[in-house]
Design a protein around this ligand. Structure first.
Ligand SMILES: [Zn+2]
Length: 371
């Protein structure tokens, strides 16, 4: 009798252990999904056949690369941070390809490293974000950095007839960069703070100018002019191992500062945003109309909805929320169709496009829509 009862209960106990094992084994699968790393693209200016400026006989391309590699080494010590270089050796890379590398990596920050030059003994470090050149000096800096496209084989095609030497051939903000302007300025500010506080560099502040390399990225992007090779002292400093390490250290600390502030503001936003979903009641549930669309951009500027403004996409509409216009491509009641639209938007040049959902014309989260 005893033996029988043992046999009788053994399978269920075994099943219980199996379930327990499965449960223990299963939970950490969720817990261990690593968060998406913060991706930084480090772009050493110039390279190969393009030496950059030759102030005091130094090579901008070499100094920029040394600072870039040192910067990468320091950032590599950070947890949950991934580094991608546009070049790690003395090679020539098209400006547009530098931006493409960052776009393909879906990077969180693009940092281009350069050294300035002037026919005076001007000195100091400055950081740029994309925008209109506010004055002649900013235009001259952008012109010098942009003129590397003359080393490229297909520059007329790649940059749509842009002439770096003509102040009227201006690169304005693209819609994408405007979306990221606040973040670009925040990153640039962090870098300038470190230059001034940690290294006592002369502060040439955060400025805007039309740098091609910043125009084509779809993420917060800055261009750092670490100092003037043409200045006797600053040139020697930047050409020295110590100078390069110091600059790299300052930029690395600034990027980590920026990353941490960003993470904090995301936490704040999540904690302070009330549930966006309208409380569904029986009467509205009965007539719920669900639609999906693809968000392709957000901007403070109102942009015409014609397809030529949207890389040929037809059926773009917008919605104003506060000061921000959000731009959407297409509308469809089925999720499958929306995924097809998303693919089209990405292939047309909106790699950060994403799906959104509307319930009776009101925006809801995708999760709520799929439920
Ligand atoms: Zn340069």
């Amino acid at each position: 009798m005893k033996a029988y009862s043992k046999n009788k209960y053994a399978p269920s106990r075994f099943t219980y252990y199996l379930l327990l094992l499965a449960f223990i084994g299963y939970t950490p699968v969720f817990a261990n999904i690593p968060p998406k790393p913060f991706v930084v693209v480090i772009d050493a200016g110039h390279g190969g056949k393009d030496p950059g400026n030759r102030g005091n006989g130094y090579y901008e391309k070499k100094i920029a690369l040394n600072i870039a590699l040192e910067l990468g080494k320091r950032l590599a010590r950070e947890k949950n941070l991934k580094i991608i270089y546009t070049r790690k050796t003395d090679v020539f890379v098209d400006l547009i390809e530098r931006a493409n590398i960052a776009n393909r990596a879906d990077a969180d920050l693009f940092v281009s490293i350069h050294c300035d030059a002037h026919n005076s003994q001007a000195y100091g470090a400055g950081t740029f974000v994309l925008g209109l050149h506010a004055n002649q000096r900013n235009f001259e800096i952008a012109k010098k950095e942009n003129s590397v496209i003359f080393f490229e084989d297909n520059y007329e095609e790649n940059y749509a007839g842009f002439d770096p030497n003509n102040p009227e051939s201006v690169i304005g903000l693209t819609l994408m960069q405007e979306t990221y302007l606040d973040q670009s300025i925040a990153a640039a500010d962090a870098i300038q703070k470190r230059f001034v506080r940690n290294l006592n560099r002369k502060n040439r502040t955060v400025k805007q100018a039309g740098f091609i390399v910043l125009k084509y990225t779809y993420m917060p992007s800055v261009l750092v002019e670490t100092g003037f090779l043409t200045n006797r002292n600053e040139g020697a400093f930047l050409n020295s191992k110590k100078g390069q390490n110091d600059m790299a250290e300052a930029i690395a600390s600034a990027i980590i500062d920026y990353k941490n502030t960003l993470a904090q503001s995301v936490v704040d936003a999540v904690q302070t945003t009330p549930n966006a979903a309208p409380k569904s009641t029986l009467s509205t549930a009965a007539v719920t109309k669900l639609e999906f669309s693809v968000q392709i951009a957000a901007s403070q500027k109102s942009v015409g909805l014609e397809s030529f403004n949207w890389k040929g996409l037809k059926g773009v509409f917008n919605e104003k929320q506060g000061k921000i216009y959000r731009y959407y491509y297409g509308k469809t009641p089925t999720y499958e169709d929306a995924q097809r639209l998303l693919k089209i938007a990405k292939s047309k040049g909106y790699p950060s496009a994403f799906l959104v959902a509307f319930e009776n014309g009101k925006k809801i989260t995708l999760e709520q829509a799929l439920r």
